[in-house]
Write a protein of this length. Structure first.
Length: 568
């Protein structure tokens, strides 16, 4: 390059102009032979101008890997079009550099391409930074997505735990679980739980499309459950082996040799990713859990598979616990029924009603009991009591107490003797238990009915007179089973037409604050429940409603027995 300044009026030196440009400028003929090569090109590619003049630029700076692309560009430019973009160029020292280039054809008056001007610059650092930024952005996006998915998994686990805790029955467990999983973790969720036979009960939830849920139900109707099926839920339940399909595509369907009708179902429902795990408790398979993503959602990963197994284990444990609790309730209910009279006797001129509520869980036999039976002609016994504790031990004492009281009464013992006999029996049998008991008789005589009773530590009965007055009657005594001897007081009084008696156990009143009731407060409830004309059934119903309004029966931890007797 000449350092002589250009004089005003002299023609411009083209080489000087090209050298002044900030980009590498290469001018070639249509065959890509170099005509001009400026100083920036020398710096960029390492070749001096006199070393490349007349040579094909593609031979000088284009590596073998880029030759096909360079040929396409040359063809396009020679057709009159321009081209710009990135490609990898070869330098004189054998290293490569990423450049940006724009090729523009020079066209003469007849429309022929007579030269090609290429402007290029090193964008290696720029592209590297751009790639780093892109990689960082992708990394942050993936991290954010993974964090979101991780949070979703934790939320799903929490939802399922809450759903299981809120479910009191097998059916509630199934419904709660599938609706907890959808749509937070699945577009489809189905729970299959075995009952008495080989065909499981099924609960299905779908994220949004009721038509697809109906379609799935129709498929189950058309294709009855086959325990011996080679794939799907039957296989999982039969073998106890999970199935995990990260991607449900043709390759996956080919691997399991899926028939054409099954492939059609997959296409119709848009199944994209799925997990099926067995429900196993104590080595016994009790069902299977299935979750599926459709075309609108992400694919399941190994972490989702682990979550499915964890949820399956929790569901299985809850189902087994509910089954055992149900069996225990049935056993307790049957045993409780055996400890109570199947029906009340008919007493002339007396109407009676009884209510018995087991404690909230009702999984153990309660200690409260009542009884009513004829003693002699014209005399009937009413018994109510409460054994300390619950369960088999309490049941044994309850049966012993009822038998002892009835046997003593039938052998002619008076009220005090009946309760003392109960105390002696509990002590001699070394039951290590005790109870409260109230033994009463109603004698129907020519002057009307007469009530006599004695209490061994049991809450005293409440009398509502025909005039509406209410009071607790009788004298408390020492409870049975704790001491070798007990003292009780016998109370005797005439009961008249319209009078009502309410016998009860302390589960009705002895409740932790602020739900407990004093004697006066319970008397007020009885007075409010008493109706005219006297109706023991309605009184019992009203007492139940009043007690439930203070603390629901299901939330109480003690049994309640109430016996109402009204004189017509």
């Amino acid at each position: 390059m000449s350092d002589v300044p250009v004089q005003k009026g002299e023609p411009l030196d083209l080489r000087a102009v090209l050298d002044a440009l900030p980009r590498a400028i290469i001018v070639t003929d249509p065959d890509a032979r170099v005509l001009l090569w400026n100083q920036q090109a020398e710096k960029l590619y390492g070749w001096a101008a006199d070393e490349v003049l007349g040579k094909a630029v593609t031979d000088v700076v284009v590596p073998a890997s880029e030759q096909d692309g360079a040929a396409e560009v040359l063809t396009g430019v020679n057709a009159g079009g321009s081209w710009q973009g990135d490609f990898t160029a070869l330098r004189r020292d054998g290293t490569t550099v990423r450049i940006w280039v724009r090729n523009q054809p020079v066209i003469d008056a007849e429309g022929a391409v007579v030269a090609i001007v290429g402007a290029s610059e090193d964008v290696s650092d720029l592209r590297r930074i751009e790639q780093q930024n892109a990689d960082l952005a992708e990394h942050l996006l993936l991290a954010a997505q993974e964090e979101r998915v991780h949070r979703e998994r934790l939320e799903v686990l929490s939802l399922v735990n809450d759903a299981l805790a809120a479910a009191g029955t097998r059916e509630e467990v199934m419904a709660n679980v599938v609706h907890a999983a959808v749509p937070a973790w699945a577009d489809w969720c189905s729970l299959h739980v075995l009952g008495d036979g080989p065909v499981p009960d099924v609960e299905i939830a779908h994220a949004a499309d009721p038509a697809k849920a109906a379609y799935a139900d129709a498929l189950r109707e058309l294709n009855p459950y086959d325990p011996d099926a080679a794939r799907g839920i039957p296989k999982v339940i039969r073998t106890g082996e999970p199935d995990f399909f990260p991607v449900i595509d043709e390759a996956a369907l080919d691997e399991i040799e899926a028939p054409e009708d099954f492939r059609q179902v997959v296409a119709t429902l848009g199944l994209r990713s799925g997990i099926q795990v067995p429900l196993v408790k104590r080595g016994r398979i009790i069902g299977a859990l299935q979750v599926v993503m459709t075309e609108s959602r992400r694919l399941y990963t190994d972490e989702d598979f682990k979550l499915a197994e964890a949820i399956g284990a929790r569901v299985a444990s809850t189902l087994e616990n509910r089954r055992l609790a149900h069996e225990q309730r049935e056993i307790a209910s049957a045993l409780q029924a055996s400890l109570l009279p199947s029906e009340l006797p008919t007493i002339p001129g007396i109407d009676m009603a009884v209510r018995y509520w087991a404690n909230g869980d009702a999984v153990e036999v309660g200690g409260d009991f009542y009884d009513a039976f004829p003693v002699t002609d014209g005399t009937w016994a009413l018994v109510i009591g409460d054994v300390c504790g619950t369960g088999p031990k309490a049941a044994a004492i309850t049966g012993l107490a009822r038998h002892t009281i009835a046997a003593s009464a039938w052998h002619g013992a008076d009220h005090s003797a009946v309760l003392k006999s109960l105390n002696t029996t509990l002590r001699q049998r070394k039951t290590e238990g005790f109870c409260t008991a109230l033994y009463a008789t109603i004698e129907i005589g020519p002057e009307g009915p007469r009530l006599e009773f004695a209490s061994a530590g049991h809450p005293l009965p409440v009398l509502v007179t025909g005039a509406g007055e209410v009071r607790t009657i009788g004298t408390p005594g020492r409870l049975a089973g704790l001491f070798d001897t007990i003292d009780v007081t016998v109370t005797s009084l005439a009961i008249n037409s319209g009078d009502c008696l309410v016998f009860y156990t302390d589960g009705a009143t002895d409740v932790p604050p602020p739900h407990g009731l004093t004697r006066d407060q319970f008397e007020e409830l009885v007075q409010a429940a008493a109706v005219r004309p006297s109706d023991p059934e309605l009184i019992a119903d009203r007492l139940e409603k009043s007690l439930s309004s203070i603390l629901p029966i299901a939330d109480r931890r003690d049994d309640i027995a109430i016996l109402v007797a009204c004189v017509r």
